[in-house]
Design a protein around this ligand. Structure first.
Ligand SMILES: Nc1nc2c(ncn2[C@@H]2O[C@H](COP(=O)(O)OP(=O)(O)OP(=O)(O)O)[C@@H](O)[C@H]2O)c(=O)[nH]1
Ligand SMILES: [Mg+2]
Length: 360
């Protein structure tokens, strides 16, 4: 009888489950076959995955941040137009430009108006070269985008009160944090008001931002009357000598009549202490929702006064042309754009810079 060292009988018992011993050459052959199968699988997966699209390198300097934030739109609209203009300009070039604008959600009406102008310039010989056509297009986009109203309206005497409204999840609280950071970088004393008492987490979310940014905050208990919190914050802004008070509100749909009435109540509460306030009512729109954002905004505007748009999440869409449609169809100035989730991912809207960044 063979004497097994400790444990070996157990292994021997399991032996029928193991494959029969292989010759070294067979092992090598099996390993090579497995490797070949793996390489084939990787090659097939690569074939199926969309090829990475060429992304124009963002330009250095002041435009870099905006161009970086607009990467998806630049990749779609900017490059499509540059590609169209890469050949001898013809009617087909103009058709391609038109398609690229529509594709980027610029909207049919705005696209037609722009193309009419560009086609005329081409037909009349004013814009025959690719460079001249691009200049004409940029000029038209600038005209469409420029509201003549940039930055925040300022109160005749501080504090300037900014009320921020919009549908659920549009990006209100994050945009407020960005706006506060932008103002802090300009040495403004900022007070935030957490008037979204509907969601417990909302107050906490704003408190965290306030601490990070170096802004004060006034908050009410969960479920407190948002108008009462706004009133307290207005008093605090006056007492503490704040330059800007920014009021966060709960997300709401225009269809919720009592929530829309609540906005009016918040406004009246602020006006009790500062007549003429809020000086700015910013409607935050989520750029990634495209034409839906415009439809929602239109309804929203019927229910409340809005002075400007904060267009959030522009970095998240390849259809950044929506900004033209917003400007054209809502007739409101786009005051700021959000291009990321960090406090510094904000730009005051500047039509000239925006168009440059788009084609950078
Ligand atoms: N990529 C990107 N994400 C953003 C931007 N702005 C906001 N977000 C994200 O959008 C999500 C919702 O943002 P919130 O600021 O909480 O939106 P809200 O409108 O306050 O939401 P409610 O208070 O629930 O109505 C968060 O995950 C944010 O990080 C932006 O400009 N770019
Ligand atoms: Mg919020």
């Amino acid at each position: 009888m063979i004497a097994f060292p400790y444990g070996l009988p157990h292994l021997v018992a399991a032996a029928p489950l193991l494959p029969p011993a292989l010759e070294t050459r067979e092992i090598v052959a099996v390993a090579l076959a497995a490797l070949a199968a793996l390489l084939l699988a990787i090659a097939l997966l690569r074939l199926r995955a969309p090829a990475p699209r060429p992304l124009a390198a963002p330009p250095p300097g002041a435009l870099a941040q905006l161009a970086g934030g607009l990467a998806k739109t630049r990749d779609r609209l900017g490059l499509a137009i540059k590609r169209a203009l890469g050949r001898e300009p013809s009617q087909a070039t103009l058709d391609e430009i038109e398609a690229a604008l529509i594709e980027a959600d610029v909207g049919v009406a705005a696209t037609q108006a722009i193309l009419e102008d560009v086609r005329r310039a081409f037909a009349e010989g004013r814009a025959r070269t690719a460079g001249a056509l691009l200049d004409e297009l940029k000029k038209d986009l600038r005209v469409k985008l420029d509201s003549g109203e940039a930055g925040l309206r300022e109160a005749p005497a501080p504090p300037t009160v900014v009320l921020v409204v919009g549908v659920n999840g549009a990006g209100k609280t994050t945009s407020i944090a960005k706006l506060a950071a932008w103002l802090r970088a300009r040495n403004k004393r900022v007070l935030l008001c957490a008037a979204d008492t509907f969601r417990a987490a909302a107050v906490e979310q704003l408190s965290i931002w306030a601490a990070r940014i170096g802004a004060g905050i006034v908050k009410g208990a969960s479920g407190a009357d948002p108008a009462a919190v706004a009133f307290d914050a207005t008093e605090a802004a006056l007492a503490r000598g704040a330059d800007v008070l920014i009021v966060d509100t709960a997300g709401r749909l225009h269809t919720h009549q009592n929530l829309m009435a609540e906005l009016s109540k918040i406004k009246r509460a602020i006006q009790k202490r500062i007549p003429g306030a809020p000086h700015e009512v910013l409607l935050v729109l989520d750029a990634t929702t495209g034409q839906n954002a415009i439809a929602q905004a239109r309804e929203f505007l019927r229910a409340t006064d809005v002075t400007g748009i904060f267009l959030a999440k522009l970095d998240g869409t390849a259809k950044g042309g929506i900004i033209v449609a917003i400007r054209e169809q809502l007739g409101l100035p786009v005051k700021f754009v959000g291009i990321g989730e960090r406090p510094e991912d904000i730009q005051p809207f500047d039509a000239e810079k925006f168009v440059e960044a788009l084609f950078a």
